[in-house]
Design a protein around this ligand. Structure first.
Ligand SMILES: Cc1ncc(C[n+]2csc(CCOP(=O)(O)OP(=O)(O)O)c2C)c(N)n1
Length: 984
């Protein structure tokens, strides 16, 4: 029943009578007809009850004064329609003049109504296909059959015949000609609306009403129109000015899409009226300078100074900086006396990567505002058409939009759809008709709009903002425009799009078109637009002159929530991480028992009992308990904790059980939220199955909230490379490029346990390769207490750095991977290097020192004990970056004669080897040790991180442990790389 084309032929001929009868029956009682028909009839009106109510009985009668003629029929109505408009028995009002119609007439009138309603519905669904969206008029879209009245059996003769449409378009009845005119104006003008895919009746009805009530026509005051012209002038002239002064310099101009500026302004203004206090923006290169200048009100002279190669920050501020079209900034703007704080998020070239970062920032700010309704802080994302359709991040962004723990009350997505991606045409760029189709996955309404009609653009911006505020859901504006120049201003676009650029060359600019329109309609005086332009030019010239001497007076960081933080310095940065024993016990108590009314799974009861014993005895504290102690103690110290990752509530390895599920009711009990009254909140979230999206979100959260411990957990560290863009472009380099700190923690399960190539390695080497300029910390700790301290350290210092943690798998249950409660208590702290607890021989007798990191330590320990080896000492590098040179020097100084081995589980081209090799060598050199270079022991170089064959894994593991513990075997191979993969 879904094809109208099929239906129209079905509706003709003999079936007509049958359908009319069915429809009448449906109106009386929807349950009396077949469900398939119910679906169709319901679709026709999107509210069958209303139709039923209206058409049944007395309400079938005309309700307006123009209706009734002398004989009871409406003037100009055909007999059949007039008959259809007659009241029916028994509900006919006494006063209604009765002109009995034949049943055939009634049937025909009913059929007319049905056909008209179908046509109306078709316009709601597909009217956008006839909308005049493309300013260049290049795209020739064929007429759509469903928008042709003939498809529904109407002919030319029917054009002037009134048809009863039951106030569907605000009219009780109208001629077909009128109906089509209204539909064209509403759905096929410069705005095309897609909303019929929305399942929520309220949302759909709201949009329908919002656009049908006013026939989707704009209605601005003269002042409003002049403001639009001013905004367009600013947008256009800014680009022209840059073009003139910095000809050929890349700026990724907005030329062709200037209506973006008044439209975004409208979002801010309407948002402010509706209670928005803060907006976080994210956008790519296109038009970014324009947005910085004309939306964020960054001084023109500051931008010009950057064009002249000057830094945007004071000279004493460190960092690599970034190109000008990536920089973020913040500003306070006032609209109708209301302040709105704006922040444009810095982003890399990687298109769409910033999306969830923005969402995370919004979410954190909402938390800070206590904005549970999510109507005070909003995200606005600007996209390019090719990127919006092509980048998977977009789908992940939509997927997060309504999820508990991630929702932000709706983002406004604004696509600057210039109908090209660099040199690629849309037909090569996407399989979907519109670049915005991905948004239908969350049933977001989509407003396509012609960028050459700035009023229409502002109009949809207003509706979109109202929709977001009302329904707290995502909404899309797809602004059809064009790109006046090449991808950047140095590119020749006619190489690849000659026809398009031929057309663009002749196409007037939108400001010119609009200024003319305002002049013609008498809104502005002749010459007034030139005056506006001349005034602006003067301002730009003045700013240009003063740009050379422009000196930024301060870097805009460490403000607001970040006040009190400072730049990290020095080597010793332990922070106060130890916790009083009473607090440890208090937390330990809370995490090891549940209220009686919570029916916990028996196996978990056993785990909880074991935990309680650990706390009471102060012995045997395992990894998961240490983690809970870290979180719980922070919570009691007023630090919120947010942990998000796939299955993080239970823990991938069934170790965490931060959320206990009642076995009868499935209600959730979170022990860490029940430690004490007044504690900070603990949020643990089972994230959607995404890496890049969720990691971006948590990074964004950490940017806005330095006072919470924010953690992202990979299911296995192996999968984190799905989020590589966020790691490389934001986490590793964000502070250096953009002066934005983050204290985000990445928990990456890592370790060679025979689980194959994709469940072994978090790719430690990647993080170490990215380590420089004190950008973050990389740890691979071996004890629960170390983990406890390193987590707390994140919050207990006056700076923030991301923390990368290789977390264990089998060690979660390893009988030796435990700590004593005293290792958490006063006097304890994180140790970057750990040595053997008990010396097996005198330092001078140690023949070999094995340096290692993480889980392999326990394998080494076991075999050393089993073999009774005494003269091999172990040093654990708990922190790999910043490299603990001082601590390592102190330890290695104890063994000047010993040979030094680096032992790792990973293949030689992976793991820490390439990173530690030269650094250890340097330490040995400085110490003047006899051993000049560390000896490598580990797996051979390999393409895949691990073997998929368990037997081979075991062999490899045994061999490397054996090599590490056998001094004589490797003294002969002191010179590296003689034999591939052996000790070298
Ligand atoms: C993830 C990513 N891949 C490739 C590029 C290179 N690139 C820069 S702009 C661009 C075209 C973008 O087209 P569109 O999204 O339509 O935006 P427009 O430049 O047309 O405004 C490409 C492919 C990039 N910046 N990011």
């Amino acid at each position: 029943m879904s094809s109208y084309t099929g239906l129209s032929s079905f509706l003709s001929g003999v079936n007509e009578t049958y359908i009319a009868e069915l429809y009448e029956r449906y109106l009386r009682n929807p349950n009396s007809v077949d469900p398939e028909w119910v679906e169709l009839f319901r679709d026709l009106k999107d509210g069958p009850e209303e139709i039923g109510g209206e058409l049944r009985g007395a309400s079938w009668a005309p309700r307006t004064s123009r209706v009734v003629g002398v004989n009871g029929a409406q003037p100009g109505l055909s007999d059949a329609t007039a008959a259809a408009a007659m009241p029916r028995q028994p509900a006919a009002p006494d006063h209604y003049p009765v002109a009995p119609a034949s049943s055939e007439q009634i049937r025909r009138a009913t059929m007319d109504s049905i056909r008209a309603l179908m046509l109306i519905r078709a316009f709601r669904v597909r009217g956008h296909l006839h909308a005049t969206l493309d300013p260049l008029g290049l795209e020739k879209r064929p007429p759509h059959a469903e928008l042709d009245p003939a498809t529904y059996g109407f002919s030319e003769d029917d054009l002037n015949r009134p048809i009863f449409i039951n106030y569907v378009l605000g009219l009780e009845s109208a001629t077909l000609r009128e109906i089509v005119a209204i539909l064209n104006a509403t759905y096929c003008g410069n705005i095309g609306v897609e909303f019929m895919h929305i399942q929520e009746p309220d949302e759909k009805a709201w949009i329908q009403e919002r656009i049908e009530n006013i026939r989707n026509q704009t209605d601005f005051t003269d002042r409003g129109k002049i403001t639009i012209l001013e905004r367009l002038t600013e947008a256009e002239e800014f680009e022209l000015f840059l073009d003139k002064r910095y000809t050929g310099t890349k700026r990724f101009g907005l030329d062709g899409g200037e209506s973006t500026v008044p439209a975004i302004e409208q979002i801010l203004k309407r948002g402010a009226q509706l209670g928005i206090q803060e907006i976080v923006l994210g956008m790519a290169h296109r038009g970014r300078l324009n947005v910085l200048a004309n939306i964020m009100h960054k001084p023109y002279r500051a931008i010009f100074a950057e064009f002249q190669g000057l830094s945007s920050n004071p000279e004493d501020v460190q960092g690599s900086g970034d190109v000008k079209y990536h920089l973020g900034t913040s500003a306070d703007r006032e609209f109708d006396g209301k302040l709105v704080h704006l922040s444009l998020t810095a982003n890399p070239s990687h298109l769409e990567a910033v999306n969830t970062v923005v969402q995370g920032k919004v979410r954190a700010k909402q938390q800070q505002y206590g904005d549970t309704e999510r109507d005070k802080v909003m995200g606005v994302l600007l996209h390019g058409d090719a990127a919006f359709a092509g980048q998977g991040m977009v789908a992940e962004t939509f997927d997060l939009s309504q999820l508990k723990g991630y929702r932000t009350g709706g983002t406004i997505h604004f696509v600057i759809n210039n109908q090209i991606g660099f040199t690629t045409n849309p037909s090569y760029s996407r399989s979907s008709p519109y670049c915005s189709d991905v948004a239908k996955m969350v049933q977001a309404p989509i407003f396509h709009v012609n960028g050459d009609d700035p009023e229409a653009c502002v109009h949809v911006a207003r509706i979109a903002t109202e929709f977001r505020q009302r329904f707290k859901k995502d909404v899309v504006i797809d602004l059809f425009c064009y790109r006046r120049h090449g991808h950047n201003e140095a590119d020749e676009p006619a190489f690849t799009q000659p026809r398009m650029y031929n057309r663009i060359d002749k196409h007037p600019r939108v400001r010119e078109i609009y200024a003319k329109r305002l002049e013609e309609t008498g809104v502005i005086d002749p010459g007034q637009s030139e005056t506006i332009l001349a005034t602006l030019r003067q301002t730009l010239e003045d700013d240009f002159k003063s740009a050379e001497s422009y000196k930024p007076n301060k870097a805009d960081w460490l403000e607001g929530q970040w006040a009190g933080m400072s730049i990290a310095s020095g080597d010793e940065r332990r922070g106060e991480t130890a916790v009083g024993i009473d607090l440890l016990r208090e937390v330990g108590h809370a995490i090891s028992q549940v209220p009686k009314n919570v029916a916990v799974h028996p196996k978990i009861v056993r785990q909880l009992n074991a935990k309680r014993k650990m706390i009471e005895s102060g012995e045997g504290i395992d990894w998961a308990t240490a983690e809970a102690l870290a979180y719980g103690t922070l919570l009691c110290e007023s630090t919120p904790v947010r942990l998000s990752g796939q299955d993080s509530g239970r823990g991938t390895f069934s170790q965490r059980h931060a959320v206990l599920v009642d076995q009868k009711t499935e209600e959730r009990y979170v022990p860490l939220n029940n430690i004490r009254f007044g504690q900070a909140p603990f949020e643990v979230l089972d994230s959607p199955l995404s890496e890049v999206g969720v990691l971006g979100f948590e990074y964004g959260y950490s940017l806005s909230e330095p006072n919470a411990l924010v953690l992202w957990e990979a299911q296995f560290g192996d999968f984190a490379n799905g989020a590589q863009v966020i790691i490389d472009q934001f986490i590793a380099s964000g502070e250096s490029k953009w002066l934005r700190m983050s204290g985000l923690v990445l928990l990456l399960p890592h370790g060679y346990e025979g689980q194959g190539p994709e469940h072994s390695s978090a790719r430690l080497e990647r993080y170490l390769q990215l380590s420089a300029e004190d950008n973050w910390q990389v740890v691979n700790c071996t004890t629960p207490a170390q983990y406890f301290h390193v987590l707390r350290r994140q919050i207990r210092r006056n700076f923030r750095k991301p923390l990368i943690v290789m977390t264990p798998k089998s060690l979660l249950r390893h009988k030796r991977c435990i700590s004593k409660l005293e290792n958490f208590a006063e006097g304890s702290s994180f140790h970057r290097v750990m040595y053997d607890e008990v010396s097996l021989c005198k330092d001078a007798e140690v023949k070999r020192v094995v340096l290692c990191s993480g889980k392999v330590y326990y394998d080494l320990l076991e075999v050393r004990e089993k073999r009774g080896v005494k003269d091999v000492a172990f040093l654990r590098m708990e922190q790999l970056y910043p490299f603990p040179r001082k601590a390592l020097t102190e330890q290695l100084a104890r063994y000047p004669e010993a040979e030094i081995v680096w032992c790792q589980e990973e293949p030689k081209n992976m793991g820490a080897w390439n990173f530690v090799d030269s650094r250890i060598e340097q330490v040995l050199l400085e110490l003047g040790s006899q051993c000049r270079r560390p000896i490598y022991v580990g797996r051979e170089e390999a393409a895949a991180p691990a073997t998929g064959l368990l037997r081979r894994h075991v062999e490899q593991q045994n061999r490397l442990i054996d090599m590490a513990l056998t001094p004589n075997a490797s003294t002969a191979t002191r010179k590296p790389n003689k034999k591939k993969g052996k000790a070298a």
